[in-house]
Ligand binder design. Structure first.
Ligand code: SAJ
Length: 412
């Protein structure tokens, strides 16, 4: 059968390629015409290891095609963004829009899978939306008999930078509105997933996904709080974590400038939104991680004002190492704050994955983009914000005589 993948982003495109390279006929749909054109030419619109070969191969073989309108297909995978609103509630408008485009094409017998990370109850809403749009079809509601159209949730859990590996090797949670829905959805993922496929109900699958990212957020918040507290106590957080991690049951994560990306900085809010009174630890962790860029920037600004006309090099702008993604990047946030806090100071930014100055820095008259080595050479103060491999392997002699703020602890 054919699979339509709606949304060719960081998750949809790799999923489309994973299916197409294994012989499934896949149609990719996106609202962005530039993205469709790129994919139609077998070109990856973002940096992700191992995606390019699979994409160009499946396009050349005719297994992956693109369309700007949702066609009829036997299965639909919805992988659209689910950001949050200013009040941290989930913005489900893209899921709703996908439902509106899929509903008219249904004939009965199809499976619709939501992959987008969503608050508990969203898959049930998706099913109801389609039912309202297509009163002629039977859709599943909890406890119902056999529906015409099956609806399930299969949250993605791949790590950017390792998507093509993890998509195959990770275990996968599939939550159906009915058991039959889960079984049908699981059949799609068995095509490429070598991990275990765990069947459950839709709301549990939604919550499990949120919990995975909240777990990581809470643990990173712990590390970041240690960094802030250690600084206050004039202690070296890296030394303390190194020592504590020698305990057999302690494994503290790495502090940094904060938490970025479109997953860990977002998903815990969906739990807080669903149960605001009771999610105290999860909310606090979010606030600690969101507050980190300001704390880091302040430390650097405070210490820099002692210098006369210093030049500051800021290394790294992406939200984490070895990716080109600056969405919700705490490193970028820190640079913006330093640039505003020290308007007279020249700031040189460098990131091997970011070719031009991101839009949010364009207005800053004191910020310039250069190559990493040039930035370091000209600088009095070096601020390391992202642990890219290229920075790790940078020769230490370049740093001698400079004041170094190694926020990721890679040069210890
Ligand atoms: N970070 C730290 N210290 C650490 C680990 C991470 O400061 O010790 C920061 C990173 O620099 C980055 C942020 O946290 O700014 C998140 O990075 P990440 O590598 O932990 O995770 P993501 O956002 O790239 O991907 C996560 C993964 N979730 C988990 O590991 C539980 C991935 O498996 C999910 O599929 C993805 O979210 C998603 O799409 O939900």
């Amino acid at each position: 059968g054919t699979v339509a993948v709606i949304g060719l982003g960081y998750i949809g495109l790799p999923t489309a390629v994973a299916l197409a390279t294994r012989g499934v006929d896949v149609i990719g749909i996106d609202v962005d015409q530039n993205r469709l054109d790129a994919v139609a030419h077998g070109k990856v619109p973002f940096v992700e290891p191992d995606l390019a070969a699979g994409l160009s191969g499946s396009v050349a073989m005719g297994k992956l095609t693109v369309a700007s309108e949702v066609p009829h297909a036997d299965a639909y995978i919805i992988a659209v963004p689910t950001p949050f609103n200013a009040d941290h509630s989930a913005d489900l408008s893209c899921v709703r829009m996908a439902a509106e485009h899929v509903a008219p094409k249904l004939r009965g017998g199809e499976i619709v899978v939501l992959e987008s990370t969503s608050p508990p109850g969203t898959t049930e809403s998706l099913s109801r939306w389609i039912a309202e749009l297509r009163p002629d079809l039977t859709l599943p509601h909890v406890g119902d008999g056999l529906p015409d159209v099956h609806v399930a949730h299969c949250p993605e859990r791949v790590l950017p930078g390792r998507i093509m590996i993890e998509m195959v090797t990770n275990d996968r949670v599939v939550g159906g509105i009915t058991r039959e829905c889960a079984d049908r959805a699981a059949a799609i993922y068995r095509v490429f997933c070598q991990g275990e496929i765990l069947l459950t109900d839709a709301a549990s699958a939604e919550m499990a996904k949120l919990v995975e990212n909240a777990y990581r957020d809470v643990n990173i918040a712990f590390a970041n709080e240690l960094a802030t507290v250690s600084d206050d106590l004039k202690l070296d957080v890296w030394e303390i974590i190194r020592l504590a991690n020698h305990h057999p049951r302690v494994s503290i994560l790495t502090p940094g400038p904060g938490v970025g990306g479109h997953c860990i900085a977002v998903d815990p809010w969906f739990i807080v939104g669903a149960s605001p009174q009771l999610s105290r630890l999860i909310r606090t962790a979010r606030e600690i991680n969101d507050g980190r860029p300001d704390i880091v920037a302040h430390q650097i600004i405070e210490k820099s004002v002692r210098f006369r006309e210093p030049t500051i090099a800021c290394l790294g702008l992406t939200f984490k190492a070895n990716v080109d993604d600056v969405r919700e990047s705490p490193a970028l946030d820190v640079v913006e704050r330093i640039a505003k806090g020290l308007p007279e100071v020249e700031i040189l930014v460098a990131d091997p994955f970011v070719p031009t100055l991101p839009a949010t820095l364009e207005g800053a008259a004191n910020v310039r983009m250069t190559r990493p080595n040039d930035a370091v050479e000209k600088a009095d103060i070096v601020v390391l914000l992202v642990d890219h491999d290229q920075f790790k392997s940078m020769s230490r002699c370049r740093l001698s005589g400079k004041v170094v703020y190694d926020i990721r602890g890679i040069w210890r």
